[in-house]
Design a protein around this ligand. Structure first.
Ligand SMILES: [Zn+2]
Length: 248
């Protein structure tokens, strides 16, 4: 896997510098400077103390070779995707945020951006799994289990995210936080709008936080989703609603 070998250079610079580039013509809903500043503030204040990888977001037109990339486009280049992360040809992690696709799906660009930022930093090529039992592993995704829960930073909506404790299958002391907003009470649980990707006996599938979420998810286009791409390449996508699933 050439891409994985190249990824060895990905965290050489500390803090990782993330070039934010707006290639979308569609209005983001908030100026890029404000959005990037809110993402950085959210990251530093809430995500960094818990997950521990410092990053520096900055707005530019062209990324430097050592930069990770965070790019806003109008339309998805993967059917059904609001955003996803992958690696560039040079082996640097890249997140793509699809602005028009996100807005057409009645979702906020800032929430998709926040979701991708958190998940890209921790698991850039979506190859990490946490073992829950002998048979079951959970994908290392920070936002999926709580992906419809948001909170504001400087007036801009951000995505809730799970804590490392969420991936630890033992009994935690009372009061342990499993997600930023404190909605979850145990490892591997979800809020009603959440979902998880699990691998059981080698098979990858999704489970949902509620029947309503399962229904919304069933309408999504599953092409390009981690559970699909996992078989060929590392990629994790925040999906739009309203299309037919491709996998079970
Ligand atoms: Zn995700």
């Amino acid at each position: 896997m050439k891409k994985i070998v190249r990824a060895a250079q990905a965290r050489r610079i500390n803090p990782v510098r993330i070039a934010c580039i707006n290639k979308a013509e569609t209005d983001l809903g908030v100026p890029l400077a404000r959005l990037t500043a809110a993402l950085q503030k959210c990251y530093d204040k809430y995500f960094l103390p818990v997950w521990g990888y410092p990053v520096k977001l900055y707005n530019t037109r062209k990324a430097k070779p050592s930069d990770w990339q965070f790019i806003y486009f109008d339309n998805a280049d993967q059917a059904g995707a609001l955003g996803y992360h992958d690696l560039t040809e040079k082996g640097q992690p890249i997140s793509k945020i699809f602005v028009k696709t996100t807005l057409d799906d009645n979702q906020l660009v800032s929430v998709t951006a926040c979701h991708e930022l958190f998940e890209m930093v921790i698991d850039p090529i979506a190859n990490l799994w946490a073992q829950a039992t002998n048979r079951t592993e959970y994908a290392y995704e920070m936002c999926d289990p709580v992906e419809e829960d948001t909170f504001k930073v400087d007036g801009i909506e951000m995505s809730n995210f799970v804590h490392p404790s969420w991936f630890e299958p033992f009994k935690h002391p009372p009061g342990t936080k499993f997600d930023h907003l404190g909605r979850l009470k145990k490892p591997f649980s979800m809020t009603k709008g959440g979902y998880v990707i699990i691998r059981r006996n080698g098979r990858v599938k999704e489970e949902f936080g509620s029947p309503a979420k399962a229904k919304r998810f069933a309408k999504e286009d599953r092409r390009g989703h981690r559970s699909e791409f996992r078989k060929s390449r590392g990629l994790h996508i925040r999906l739009k609603k309203g299309q037919k699933p491709r996998t079970a």
